[in-house]
Ligand binder design. Structure first.
Ligand code: ATP
Ligand code: MG
Length: 463
């Protein structure tokens, strides 16, 4: 009995890392219907031309969990050039890792060549982060280079077999996230893996293995050295995963939120905005889960709104008129975030549009509401207004008024406009004196004058 136990432990330790566990359809239970026909086309074409080719990574993980993967990656021993030659619409992209994008209509299949096992010889920054790595290798070496055991399995659609090099199947069954290799070294090589593990833990409801988790709080600061654009991409994936709320809670649990991004500090530490942010993220999660589009501009505008609000109030208190004050506040907030977060220009301008529209919703007389109906971002601005109402920041009456105005026909609109004095009287106590002056002086200026702090509103193209 003891001998058997020792043998099984030694046996496990001695497992040849170059030899995968191979599972047949009965053992893995993958439903071939969930596999993209285009991914199968890619593996088949490569195999027909004498190469090895497998579906790999997140798609295999999702297939094993019975979930339809949102995209498919293929790994092969063909070089990027060899892959490119086999497909009509194929493009080699990337610097840090070269990959081939093979396009079929709207669907994109990412094809990567097996990576070599060691990144020892690759250029690194002074903290040990791998900067570039295009050495190719064997399949088992490629498996070692992947991040987590559950992301390092290969599926061959032709034979319907799964190749598992690192105990991924066991970890899937035990709902465990485990990094491959020595955790500290792997997080150092690429600190983004810390954000990835948080996203997977929240999304899959998996537990992080204690040895994998242990170094995270100590290593969190290394994320600062990662180029802002990459952090931004990963944050966006996290926020648009359909589990944004859970992800942010998990970030906090792992001690990753502090100083990681100014954005997260703002979002997670401010009691005032918490309700607003929670509502915004819950909304986003529902939209993603329903397969509806989500705009990053709207998302980030929501996450940062209370910071804008605070600064806006301060500028107004210092004597600025409301509209220019709002733009100054927006400038401050966008500037503070752009450094770390590399907010793309398009996203930043969408955010500004959404914010700048908010005071315009307060103006419910004359031609102003009609003018606002023409705004290209009206829908986003209005959804944002409803969030402000739902969070208790402003009276829900204003949201109801706009719902009525947007949905109403000509006479209903006129009726709503005629109601205005009553509404204004109700809302009056909340309004300060400078606002009156501001709205009067801005009466004409607002439509064009939302550019007071810089950009005009209407120059942006539709979403
Ligand atoms: P999803 O697409 O659902 O977000 P994924 O696991 O497919 O999850 P991708 O970013 O598409 O994530 O990456 C595909 C695969 O590439 C991963 O499953 C993993 O094997 C490998 N990979 C991605 N990023 C890293 C990384 N930073 N370090 C090591 N391996 C990685
Ligand atoms: Mg993927």
């Amino acid at each position: 009995m003891i001998k058997k136990l020792i043998r099984s432990i030694l046996g496990k330790k001695k497992k040849d890392p170059t030899q995968p566990l191979i599972l047949g359809p009965k053992q893995h239970g993958i439903n071939p219907q969930l596999v993209s026909p285009n991914a199968v086309r890619v593996t088949k074409t490569l195999q027909d031309n004498g190469f090895k080719a497998f579906i790999v990574g997140g798609a295999v993980r999702d297939l094993l969990l019975g979930v339809k993967p949102k995209d498919f990656d293929v790994a092969t021993n063909a070089t990027p050039e060899q892959v490119k030659r086999l497909f009509r619409r194929a493009f080699i992209i990337g610097k840090r890792f070269q990959i081939v994008h093979v396009m079929f209509g709207q669907e994109l299949i990412e094809v990567t060549t097996f990576r070599g096992a060691s990144s020892d010889g690759s250029p690194k920054d002074e903290h040990g982060r791998v900067l570039r790595d295009n050495t190719f290798g064997e399949q088992h070496e490629d498996a070692v280079r992947r991040d987590f055991t559950i992301n390092a399995m290969y599926y061959d659609p032709a034979t319907e077999s799964v190749l598992d090099y690192h105990g991924g199947i066991d970890d899937i069954r035990a709902k465990t996230l485990r990094i491959i290799g020595e955790p500290e070294a792997r997080f150092r090589e690429d600190p983004i893996r810390m954000l990835r593990i948080v996203r997977f833990a929240a999304k899959l409801k998996f537990t992080i293995d204690p040895a994998t988790r242990a170094p995270i709080p100590v290593m969190a600061a290394l994320i600062d050295n990662v180029p802002a654009a990459r952090v931004f991409d990963e944050m966006l994936k996290l926020l648009m995963s359909g589990h944004a709320l859970a992800c942010l809670q998990q970030l906090r649990k792992e001690g990753l939120h502090h100083g990681l991004l100014p954005l997260l500090d703002v979002v997670l530490e401010q009691p005032l905005g918490e309700k607003f942010v929670t509502l915004a993220l819950a909304n986003t999660d529902v939209r993603v889960q329903q397969g509806k589009p989500v705009s990053p501009g709207f998302l980030f505008a929501s996450l940062l709104w209370h910071q804008v609000l605070e600064k806006w109030t301060a500028y107004k208190a210092a004597g600025e008129f409301p509209i220019p004050a709002l733009h100054l506040a927006a400038d401050d907030v966008l500037e503070a975030q752009t450094d770390k977060l590399a907010l793309q220009r398009k996203i930043a301008s969408d955010m500004r549009d959404i914010w700048a529209m908010q005071p315009r919703f307060e103006r419910r007389a004359g031609k102003a509401p009609y003018k606002l109906l023409e705004h290209l971002r009206l829908r986003a601005g209005y959804d944002f207004l409803l969030l402000r109402c739902a969070s208790g920041e402003i009276d829900s009456e204003i949201g109801e008024w706009w719902t009525g105005f947007m949905e109403g026909d000509g006479s209903e609109r006129e009726l709503l406009l005629a109601q205005k004095p009553k509404v204004a009287a109700e809302a009056a106590p909340a309004k300060k004196r400078p606002r009156r002056r501001g709205s009067r002086s801005g009466a004409k200026g607002v439509n064009t004058g939302s550019s007071a702090g810089g950009r005009g509103n209407d120059e942006q193209g539709g979403q």
